[in-house]
Write a new protein. Structure first.
Length: 386
């Protein structure tokens, strides 16, 4: 577009310098200076132009329309008068037929206005732009198709490796359950014969811990393999109340405070079993990692505008200010770098909670405030009909 405008301006300058004419008397050196050394003078004869001259009193003295046929002399006179009265040195004026660029020159008391039909130049530019756009679109489509074809081949090994990894976790988990069951049975038999000891108790604890870990790994692998679940309307208040009731005795036995706030009748879109599992995971996590004699909170509330149902479960955690919250949902992440099982940290449970939340098309958030860590999820409420 810039080159087209420059071309229009160059032609108008040439016309102005030659009294509105392009003929054999034109200065070839000046033409090549403006259009470049490769420009052919014959190319100047392709343009459609006309000119109008006025004396110093504003009277029309001449009109040249010998190089254009698409516009009448009356229209040329009218355009000339408009430009003359407008007092502008150059610009563009629109007629019924086309747009005309013009340039005004004054010499020896005579004002000459040369007009150039822009349609030929602009039409050529428009055609080039349309062709460029078309070729660009075709190239983009071809590039996209090639990219899709090659990307499928490129990510196929990754998809296959991920599938094999999930299958391995599931298969290995089932294979490990058998020897663990035998070890536990043998330990219980030894206790029946010789009584409990420090070593048998330790064996049972580690077997239970490993069994729990395997079950979580299998559950997580299955969660990733299963198709999208069907979301239905569930009573979130009743489900959370069931989950908190099952944890009350455990929390009280460990001398921790348990504060529950559940607004009745709050309904959301979710899977009932998965939502119950989410509540259990977050409550179990809060109980495990709560400070000694600390406070565990569980709440299900609605905001003032009743546009959100917020599930929030938290616990006292004085060391939380130094924790890296961006890694909490990574599998096997523990705040304790040594992975000492006696120390508190975050393992696979939160990763499962995140997957469950994603299955509801929501997001699990974590934040720390006033020596307490909170895990929360916002749901869209299902309002009562009528």
């Amino acid at each position: 577009m810039y080159q087209a405008k420059q071309q229009v301006n160059n032609v108008l300058v040439i016309l102005s310098q030659n009294d509105g004419q392009i003929n054999s008397q034109i200065n070839t050196r000046n033409v090549k200076k403006r259009f470049g050394p490769t420009f052919n003078r014959e190319s100047l004869y392709q343009y459609r132009y006309f000119s109008v001259s006025f004396d110093k009193n504003g009277n029309q003295t001449s009109l040249d329309d010998s190089h254009i046929v698409s516009i009448s002399r009356e229209t040329i006179m009218d355009l000339g008068r408009q430009v003359y009265n407008g007092k502008k040195e150059k610009g563009t004026i629109r007629s019924v037929m086309s747009n005309y660029a013009y340039k005004v020159t004054e010499k020896d008391g005579k004002t000459t206005i040369v007009f150039l039909d822009e349609s030929v130049i602009m039409e050529s530019t428009d055609n080039i732009m349309k062709l460029g756009t078309f070729l660009g679109a075709i190239s983009l489509m071809l590039f996209t198709l090639v990219l899709i074809a090659f990307s499928k081949r490129a990510i196929k090994p990754i998809i296959l490796a991920d599938k094999r990894q999930k299958e391995f976790i599931t298969n290995a988990g089932h294979e490990l359950k058998t020897p663990l069951s035998i070890i536990k049975a043998n330990t219980e038999l030894q206790e029946m014969m010789n009584g409990k000891s420090e070593w048998t108790t330790s064996n049972e604890q580690q077997v239970d811990r490993l069994t729990h870990l395997i079950n979580n790994l299998i559950s997580l692998a299955r969660m990733e393999e299963r198709p999208k679940i069907t979301l239905t309307t569930v009573n979130a208040s009743e489900i959370l109340e069931r989950a908190t009731d099952s944890f009350k005795s455990i929390i009280v036995q460990e001398k921790k405070s348990f504060k529950v706030k559940i607004m009745p009748g709050l309904k959301i879109k979710a899977d009932e079993n998965n939502f119950y599992e989410l509540c259990n995971i977050l409550l179990d996590n809060a109980n495990k990692y709560c400070d000694d004699e600390g406070v565990i909170t569980a709440s299900l509330t609605s905001d003032k505008r009743q546009k959100k149902v917020i599930l929030s479960i938290g616990n006292t955690y004085t060391d939380g200010e130094k924790a890296d919250y961006s890694k909490f949902f990574e599998r096997f992440y523990r705040n304790d770098k040594s992975h000492n099982s006696k120390k508190k940290g975050f393992g696979i449970g939160l990763s499962m909670a995140q997957k469950l939340t994603a299955s509801f098309k929501e997001k699990l958030n974590v934040h720390y405030n006033d020596d307490r860590i909170f895990f929360s999820v916002s749901f869209k409420p299902v309002k009562k009909a009528g």
